[in-house]
Design a protein around this ligand. Structure first.
Ligand code: ZN
Length: 366
């Protein structure tokens, strides 16, 4: 059955009433850190969560818990620094403050399964993974020197990717759309209204990827007997337990890692550099490729924001990126990549657009 949904004012009244019951007689006390948690969740209005996820709830069966409470509880878990859902469920049993701030009556908190059921509703795909588990054993990506960006991908590859994306429908549904809608409507729009993103009619957007390690090594199972026959390494099909992840190069730590790249657009010309569009990409994906995918998705999904400047590091120094930005009247500020393969983006750029009006100083645009 559909859940009973509260307004934010009803949630606030609930918190006030419950705190009086459990903390009013002085047997339980707050510490200073607790007040900052109370303040954060007091002003965070998540009451639209059910409306945004409505299609994911069945009309029959037992009554569901208001998803706003589960989302709030999960955010509180992250604020407290607890990484495990199982341990968090125990903490909700132990600590009245955590249960109340989540929106649950102390003693009537949900179990582990309820949380995982909620996470499934945020992912609109029948499988937990986008890639098939059975796939070829790929070659490892080639790393570089410490602190050095990987060479920018061949320009033709980036240009081809852009051409392919143009042909595809921009509004193609993605499994993470529900999560993105929650992020956009309950967080990003609020930040924009409060002026925390800077001028949304002329946004300066910086984009970069950060490594997100999910395991210490590739998890796969061999299906062939090449090793016994002395054929090492082999590129045969294997079964991967995390097929959406692969090996990537972390240029900052100078090492390989297994997992994702979290490629994020942030509002750079604002007091807090808040994220605008976070997107997980496989670890081996080059930042320039991730940027192309994110830029296309961002422009289509966030039509109310106007992009004015793009601030990117040397990994994005590629001619198709300059061309894409200038065709949309976005000013590019891209660091030069001294390891670029083929002709340099900037060098080619100046021959194509000699009157850009930017001054080039040492290793970047000013
Ligand atoms: Zn083999």
């Amino acid at each position: 059955m559909l859940p009973l949904v509260r307004s934010h004012q009803q949630y606030q009244s609930f918190v006030e009433q419950q705190l009086r019951i459990h903390y009013g007689n002085g047997t339980l006390l707050f510490v200073a850190k607790d007040w900052s948690l109370v303040k954060k969740f007091w002003i965070t209005d998540l009451s639209c969560t059910f409306r945004l996820l409505e299609g994911a709830f069945p009309c029959r069966g037992p009554r569901s818990i208001d998803p706003a409470d589960l989302l709030r509880s999960y955010l509180l878990m992250l604020q407290v620094g607890e990484p495990s859902i199982t341990e968090w469920v125990n903490q909700l049993h132990r600590c009245p403050l955590y249960a109340i701030l989540s929106g649950f009556e102390y003693g009537k908190t949900p179990g582990v399964g309820t949380f995982y059921h909620f996470f499934k509703r945020l992912w609109s795909h029948t499988s937990a993974n986008l890639s098939p588990k059975l796939r070829l054993n790929r070659k490892k990506v080639k790393g570089g020197k410490k602190g050095e960006k990987a060479p920018t991908k061949a320009y033709s590859k980036i240009a081809n990717l852009m051409a392919q994306l143009q042909k595809r429908s921009a509004t193609k549904p993605q499994p993470f759309d529900r999560l993105l809608v929650l992020f956009q409507q309950q967080f990003l729009t609020v930040s924009a209204t409060l002026g925390l993103l800077g001028d949304t009619n002329a946004l300066s957007i910086a984009g970069d990827g950060m490594p997100l390690q999910t395991a210490t090594q590739v998890r796969n199972k061999r299906l062939c007997n090449c090793r016994e026959l002395g054929i090492v390494p082999c590129r045969c099909y294997r079964i991967y337990s995390q097929p959406d992840c692969d090996m990537g190069w972390d240029s900052y730590r100078n090492r390989y890692f297994f997992g994702y790249h979290l490629y994020t657009f942030v509002a750079a010309d604002s007091p807090y550099d808040l994220p605008l569009y976070p997107r997980l990409q496989r670890a081996s994906r080059h930042d320039a490729t991730s940027w192309v995918v994110s830029a296309r998705e961002f422009v289509e999904r966030f039509r109310e924001y106007t992009w004015d400047k793009a601030i990117l590091d040397a990994a994005h120094d590629a001619l198709p990126i300059y061309q894409y930005l200038l065709s949309r009247k976005v000013k590019p500020f891209i660091d030069l990549n001294l390891r670029s393969t083929g002709s340099k983006g900037f060098a080619r750029m100046t021959s194509h657009f000699p009157l850009l009006g930017f001054r080039f100083v040492k290793r970047g645009w000013r």
